[in-house]
Ligand binder design. Structure first.
Ligand SMILES: Cc1ncc(C[n+]2csc(CCOP(=O)(O)OP(=O)(O)O)c2C)c(N)n1
Ligand code: SF4
Ligand SMILES: [Mg+2]
Length: 291
């Protein structure tokens, strides 16, 4: 994707209720820069429900609908229908859910909405666990991670669900991954998603979480960059479920990404080698599909 100018206008206020270095806050800031003032945001239960602030205070300069954990896809569909009835096809409906609200409890609602090809942008800001309730594992938590429900030697032994592939399988017009460490790429993808209005668009953003990942807050962007540079979190787009475009080719060892995070500190060399093999396998599959 070609380099672009990031819009200077901000729709995230200077104060919000997230932790210092919260990747999910940076993600929202970049997304709204791309989407602009005519955006309505739907937020199910998640950290962003807190970041947004308690009514009548708000950290966003655009309207927010807070909804129940499982219902972001349905609530966004309802707002879209109401706007359409009023003749407003200009406003973008942005569903903004965590990994729990996307990969797990919100999955049926999201799947239903995108199967109907609802005219909304569905975002998963993925911090790879249920952070708001104390770092419980989700199906987005990667192999090898310690969380409060996968503690000590019981660290997670199953792989992360590939959410982009599940959305691509619905053959939606646009699905993409994005990173807060690649802001031009990320803003460009949100602008592209906005321009593709008329159907369902899905963007999966890796959102570093300093307390959950056990990294210093000032390393939030660096660790996000390492995720892409090691191919742990590849940047790519899938159009109509079949046309894959790779946006970046990483060449660093997975160990560099793992060793800066406390949630992986327990891993031995053979575990790290296994994770490298899993990442190489997924990367190889992606290369076969990408242009
Ligand atoms: C039906 C239901 N079950 C459980 C909860 C409690 N709850 C609120 S937020 C949350 C975790 C959300 O995780 P995720 O979607 O990954 O967002 P994050 O907090 O990590 O940003 C849970 C379990 C709830 N609000 N509703
Ligand atoms: S716990 Fe993590 S996701 Fe939640 S506000 Fe703090 S940094 Fe952000
Ligand atoms: Mg989460």
């Amino acid at each position: 994707m070609e380099q672009l100018e990031i819009p200077t206008e901000d729709y995230l206020n200077p104060g919000h209720l997230g932790c210092p270095g919260c990747g999910a806050a940076i993600a929202m800031k970049l997304a709204l820069k791309a989407l602009g003032s005519k955006t309505m945001v739907v937020i199910p239960a998640c950290c962003w429900g807190i970041l947004a602030g308690p009514y009548p205070h708000t950290s966003l300069k655009v309207p927010i609908l807070h909804t129940a954990f499982a219902t972001a896809g349905a609530a966004a569909s309802g707002i879209r229908a109401a706007l359409d009835m009023r003749g407003d096809t200009e406003t973008t409906v942005l569903s903004w859910a965590g990994d729990g609200g996307t990969f797990d409890i919100g999955f049926q609602s999201l799947s239903g909405a995108v199967e109907r090809n609802e005219d909304c942008i569905f975002v998963c800001y993925d911090n790879e666990a249920y952070m708001n309730t104390g770092v419980q594992r989700s199906s987005a938590t990667p192999f090898g991670t310690q969380t409060t429900t996968t503690p000590g030697a019981e660290w997670k032994k199953t792989r992360k669900k590939n959410i982009i592939e599940t959305l691509a399988a619905h053959r939606i017009p646009y699905a993409a991954t994005a990173s807060i460490a690649f802001p031009e790429d990320m803003v460009g993808k949100f602008q592209k998603a906005k321009a593709k209005k008329g159907g369902s668009r899905f963007i999966h953003v890796l959102a570093a979480c300093p307390p959950g990942w056990r990294v210093p807050s000032e390393l939030s962007v660096k660790v996000s960059r390492l995720a892409v540079q090691t191919n742990v979190f590849p940047l790519y787009e899938v159009e109509d479920g079949i046309t894959y475009t790779l946006n970046f080719r990483g060449n660093r060892n997975v160990k560099e990404y793992l060793e800066v995070q406390g949630r992986f500190k327990h891993l031995h060399d053979d575990d790290i080698n296994r994770i490298q093999r899993l990442v190489d396998e997924d990367w190889g599959l992606l290369l076969k599909k990408a242009v």
